[in-house]
Design a binder for this molecule. Sequence first.
Ligand code: SF4
Ligand code: SF4
Length: 89
Amino acid sequence: MPNGMVVVDRERCKGCGLCVGVCPFGVLELSATYNSAGYPVVSASHPEKCTGCTLCAQTCPDVALEVYREKAVAGSAVGSSAETPTDHR
Ligand code: SF4
Ligand code: SF4
């Protein structure tokens, strides 16, 4: 299964929580910190569980999430990987 990484743009996040609800693996949660606009921001509390499915980024109405997916390269040495950025803007 591919591993993913989600990156939160804190200044775009409005703390609506939609991404928290849609993530099938409980990666995201609303943190106790606020951005400069006064919104509570989401953070990846369990980043190791992210599969890179992109559901959160597709759901976010404020385009505050970017998802990167790491795939093993067939036939390559252990540890080699290719990163594929997935941009939904
Ligand atoms: S990419 Fe998928 S698994 Fe990763 S945080 Fe977003 S919804 Fe959760
Ligand atoms: S869906 Fe977007 S705006 Fe809403 S909490 Fe998640 S990252 Fe923030």
